[in-house]
Design a protein around this ligand. Structure first.
Ligand code: GCW
Length: 722
């Protein structure tokens, strides 16, 4: 009797323990690399049969990563231990390697396929040979094998049929880089997910597990470079003490194919080199940079190069010495060239003392320099001409620099799209810019073709994303922020992927395979960026956010030290109307675009409505496409934005029980915050613009909850990311 009882309690205990294990707190740390056992029995059967044993011949740090990743991932996904071996007797096996590392791969005659995929590409094929059935991951380099392994894992994680694989894949751009705006004191400019990942104080001795998981996550989406430091740069990072720390990170990331880059403060020769000048044409300065670069390569033989913000927002640069941006970029390029390094010189320049529309200044500055940059320079251009607004027309420099490789700079961190608290899936925004037609060489000259080099035959190509990652346990603060990191990497690799495909992959890998959940959450993600545009800056409005911290509305911002940092500079609302006239009758920024675009956007009747107030100043009673007056349409858009957030809340609430309760609750709480934020944007902006329009908010729409004075009095302190 007693025995039975203790047996029963043992059973109960075991049951409880396993329950606890399966329902352990989900903290989001594992990102899209969760590797829990797959739910579909049919798929499991297929995968277990064909992937039960993995053959990887050869050895290198990257192949070690391949073996470890496949072992952990397959073990988890298949729910059974997986053997990694150099030789296998099994009839069906997974084999991974290069013709150089693996005799088996060499014998499978894949040369023709491999020739097409270059250094980083790979093929995934199902092959029968010698009475065996192979699932093959083959590449020309070990890194290609790693990328191929992640592709195969993605197929499993999304439960695809792998019985007849015929995949051939390679990246469309060469440099796929995260830009960290991380300071040496670990604060992150425009970072909303805690502090910097880089624990400079403990480096180089202490290698945080995070660094490895960061590298795994990046490699899984094809990112192959990381700029560790803020573009508002500190020259200290170029001193030996810090270079030793940078070396430790570079050594950690190397097996994952990730190269390290640094930001170079233009005045470094003065600050850490004790020179009197940083003039790019001065022989001592030239020698200083050459020596500095040589020194860096002694620590980091595959150092990637420099990212530079110069003569912008107070950063020093060549113009301090009456030299051009090309003089500055070429100085560094010359030092880096013998080592194979590159310069990414930012085009984000504008000067308060220049009386020209800020939107025009980068083009005015850089266009005349086309063709004057050294071969290892890329000019890095933000997607739009102002500054990562929720919506901007594509930057007019795209298509205008046929002789200078232009690199795309997207912002993954949501500085202007609700920061760490609002859900905004950014793939549709990235795609919108990439799909835009520059008409540079006639119709079909998309920004994507500029960036991937196909339009102008660029020899260097690249895409950068300003990171949204910090040391928050789940990396990105908002659980859905992970999707933007993921989407950036996937699009940098292949800009032809659709936002829907990327969302669907990400949801399945991150949350659940439940078809209802996938469909509903995908739907919610797909509309989320437009929702943010509607409750923040509809109809082409821009740069009307809160002062300095940029969180929340601030259309009333004026009288600041710089006119181009105020809101009134951009919306130009008066009793007569609203919007920035960038046509011939105004700043004529439109003239920086191709004639076809000028013709279309220059006329309010044919200008896409989403850019209406970007290019036109229009009367409050202007008739919009809906038939409503401009004022009423503005009211409808702002209100629609709030309604859409409420719809997202509804959708999410119906998903309770379909995801772990931790992340369910987090998203639920964040959506509550987002609804409040959206209402605040709607109410503050409509009340403020109403002081000019002097028209009522349409009867049928929800009324503002507070007065304009109330919204103007809000002054949140210690908003992160400043
Ligand atoms: O949008 C502005 C940000 C600055 C940033 C700058 C830039 C790093 O508000 O914080 O500085 O852009 O891109 O250089």
């Amino acid at each position: 009797m007693i025995r039975t009882k203790s047996f029963l309690s043992l059973l109960l205990l075991t049951a409880l323990l396993s329950l606890q294990l399966t329902t352990r707190a989900e903290d989001g740390y594992r990102l899209w690399q969760r590797y829990d056992q797959l739910p579909s029995k049919n798929h499991l059967k297929q995968y277990r049969q064909s992937l039960g044993e993995v053959m990887v011949q050869g050895s290198s740090p990257t192949l070690t990563v391949v073996k470890e990743e496949l072992q952990t991932a397959l073990g988890g996904l298949l729910g059974q231990p997986v053997t990694i071996t150099e030789n296998s007797r099994k009839k069906e096996i997974l084999v991974a390697g290069t013709p150089a590392s693996s005799a088996l791969i060499k014998g499978l005659n894949l040369e023709a396929d491999l020739q097409k995929v270059g250094k980083e590409g790979y093929v995934l094929v199902s092959k029968k040979a010698g009475g065996k059935k192979y699932t093959v991951i083959a590449a020309n380099t070990d890194l290609g094998v790693l990328y191929g392994s992640f592709h195969l894992l993605r197929l499993l994680q999304t439960q695809q049929d792998i019985s007849n694989l015929q995949v051939s894949n390679s990246p469309k751009v060469q440099h796929r880089i995260l830009n960290h705006w991380d300071n040496l004191d670990r604060t992150v400019e425009r970072g909303y997910a805690g502090f910097s990942l880089w624990d400079w104080h403990k480096l180089p001795q202490y290698i945080d597990q995070r660094y490895l998981d960061y590298a795994r996550a990046n490699a899984s989406i094809g990112i192959n470079g990381t700029v560790l430091t803020n573009v508002n740069a500190n020259s200290l990072v170029l001193t030996p003490d810090y270079l030793r720390k940078v070396k430790a990170l570079a050594d950690t990331f190397r097996p994952y194919g990730i190269r390290v880059y640094l930001t170079a403060r233009f005045s470094s020769p003065i600050e850490i080199g004790k020179l009197k000048t940083a003039d790019p044409l001065n022989p001592e300065v030239i020698a200083w940079w050459k020596n500095k670069v040589d020194e860096i390569y002694r620590y980091i033989p595959d150092f990637g190069g420099f990212l530079v913000k110069a003569n912008s927002e107070g950063q020093p640069g060549p113009q301090n010495y009456n030299r051009s941006h090309a003089d500055g970029a070429n100085l560094l390029a010359q030092a880096l060239a013998p080592k194979g390094g590159i310069v990414m010189w930012r085009a984000f320049v504008y000067d308060n003392n220049v009386p020209e529309d800020r939107a025009k200044q980068a083009y005015t500055e850089f266009k005349p320099l086309d063709g004057t940059f050294k071969q290892n320079v890329m000019v890095q251009v933000k997607n739009g001409a102002i500054d990562f607004q929720p919506r901007e027309p594509f930057h007019p420099l795209f298509g205008a620099m046929p002789k200078t490789p232009l690199m795309m700079e997207f912002q993954i961190t949501q500085e202007y799209l609700g920061q760490g608290t609002n859900l905004a899936y950014l793939a549709p925004m990235f795609k919108e810019t990439l799909a835009a037609d520059t008409y540079a060489n006639g119709k079909g000259s998309t920004v994507a073709k500029v960036i991937d080099g196909s339009l102008h035959n660029y020899s260097l190509t690249g895409m950068a994303g300003v990171s949204n990652i910090g040391n928050d346990r789940n990396w990105t603060s908002h659980p859905f922020g992970q999707a933007n990191w993921y989407a950036f990497g996937r699009l940098a690799w292949d800009h032809s992927l659709t936002s829907e495909e990327i969302a669907e992959e990400w949801i399945k890998m991150t949350f659940s395979h439940d078809p209802g959940f996938v469909a509903q959450v995908k739907n919610m993600m797909m509309g989320s960026r437009e929702t943010v545009v509607n409750y923040m800056t509809p109809l082409g409005l821009h740069h009307i956010m809160g002062w300095d911290h940029h969180y929340g509305p601030g259309p009333w911002i004026k009288d600041k030290p710089r006119a181009d940092w105020t809101s009134v500079y951009y919306h130009r609302a008066t009793e007569k109307g609203i919007g920035f006239d960038r046509t011939k009758t105004g700043s004529n920024a439109l003239a920086q675009y191709a004639p076809d675009i000028q013709a279309q956007w220059g006329n309010p009747a044919t200008c896409p409505e989403e850019f209406l107030l970007w290019f036109h100043h229009l009367p409050w009673d202007y008739k919009t496409k809906s038939g409503r007056t401009l004022w009423n349409e503005l009211c409808y858009r702002y209100s629609g934005g709030v309604d859409s957030v409420r719809a997202m809340q509804k959708t999410w609430n119906t998903q309770q029980g379909k995801v772990d309760k931790e992340r369910f609750k987090q998203v639920q709480m964040l959506l509550t915050m987002q609804e409040q934020d959206a209402k605040m944007w709607r109410d503050a902006c409509l009340l403020y613009f109403q002081t000019f329009s002097k028209r009522p908010i349409p009867q049928e729409l929800e009324k503002p909850a507070n007065t304009l004075e109330y919204y103007m009095s809000l002054d949140p302190k210690f908003v992160p990311g400043i």
